[in-house]
Design a protein around this ligand. Structure first.
Ligand SMILES: NC(=O)c1ccc[n+]([C@@H]2O[C@H](COP(=O)([O-])OP(=O)(O)OC[C@H]3O[C@@H](n4cnc5c(N)ncnc54)[C@H](OP(=O)(O)O)[C@@H]3O)[C@@H](O)[C@H]2O)c1
Length: 308
């Protein structure tokens, strides 16, 4: 393990599912982590502090992981909620970029985690980092604006944008929502199950972020997905097997469209075939390249007390 000496890393949304895991990982390697949050707290500064006072002195790197959850089932898909989803990503990125651009001593690198929703859902197209982003739907247009905000960073700062797939981890995201029905044997594929499900284990997403912080040659877009391409049906079988449960209850697309609104439901009912070409070219070594191993790691009803 390489121990770094107190390099300061600022993490927007560092209090969240991926952010906490990233904070734990890089703190173990000697980085000094501060979160940017809407709430005061130990190791937190507020977004208004960034706007008023700029970056903390000697910030070595900035990461943005802030964003209102798309799949907050307590919130209807209203224009106001969509605005919140958008602003929480675009405005936080803008705010960090403005602070970086104003800083006398600039950080070395800015890493912004966006999503594979950038690519148009398809059962036939194949995407790598060189593929065109068309802005064909809400998520793709959002990603264009989000990444556009990041691209305004001063050119002296290395910019890495990681388009993440669905993050597999017990403490948040899709698994947190699905563990109970699957544990009770009530799980099943979504719609036809043929839609691709670009995925990544949380330890690989945080691993790729750390890799990007530490490797000066890493710059530009990376697809934060596993090289093991699967469909929703493959995932359903693998997760049910890891829990030792059947998965006989498919969820019809029409029901999700009614419950979630078709625009939001497409995150579940449609997918993209995405490869991490550049991640592999840069030489990142995956901890969980295989879905069965990733599912086994998260197939427990109660979250583990400590992270790996
Ligand atoms: N999880 C996934 O499967 C997945 C997949 C692809 C992309 N991503 C992207 O990766 C990033 C991190 O994901 P995550 O699952 O870790 O997210 P998360 O836990 O849902 O949220 C991360 C943080 O965002 C901040 N936040 C939430 N709503 C906000 C709002 N309205 N305005 C400003 N800040 C807000 C919160 O920090 P405070 O409460 O401290 O302010 C929260 O802790 C997100 O941008 C997400 O879109 C995630």
């Amino acid at each position: 393990m390489t121990i770094r000496t107190n390099l300061k890393v600022l993490i927007g949304g560092g209090t969240g599912f991926v952010g906490k895991r990233l904070g734990e990982l890089i703190s173990k390697h000697g980085y000094d982590v501060t979160n940017v949050s809407r709430m005061p707290g130990r190791n937190n500064i507020c977004w208004s502090d960034i706007a008023l006072r700029g970056l903390p002195d000697n910030t070595h790197a900035v990461v943005n992981l802030a964003g209102q959850q798309f799949m907050d089932f307590t919130k209807a898909w209203t224009p106001g909620f969509k605005q919140n989803v958008q602003n929480s990503r675009v405005f936080t990125t803008k705010s960090l970029v403005e602070a970086i651009n104003k800083a006398q001593a600039k950080p070395k690198v800015l890493v912004v985690v966006t999503g594979v929703g950038a690519y148009e859902p398809s059962e036939t197209n194949k995407y790598d980092e060189s593929s065109t982003v068309t802005g064909s739907d809400f998520f793709s247009r959002l990603t264009i604006e989000w990444e556009g905000a990041a691209s305004k960073v001063d050119p002296s700062v290395r910019l890495v944008i990681i388009r993440s797939g669905v993050v597999i981890g017990r403490e948040g995201g899709m698994i947190k929502n699905m563990i109970l029905p699957f544990f009770l044997g009530l799980g099943g594929r979504i719609g036809s199950g043929k839609q691709f499900l670009p995925w990544i284990h949380v330890d690989d997403l945080t691993g790729i972020i750390k890799f990007a912080l530490e490797n000066e040659k890493v710059v530009g877009i990376l697809n934060g997905v596993s090289p093991h391409i699967v469909t929703n049906q493959d995932f359903t079988v693998s997760f049910a097997k890891a829990l030792n449960r059947p998965a006989f209850f498919p969820v019809p697309e029409t029901i999700l469209n009614v419950l979630l609104n078709p625009e939001r439901a497409m995150l579940l009912t449609k997918g993209q075939h995405v490869t991490p070409k550049r991640v592999m070219e840069f030489g990142y070594s995956y901890q969980y390249p295989n879905l069965d191993d990733a599912c086994k790691d998260v197939a427990h009803l109660f979250p583990k007390k400590t992270a790996n």
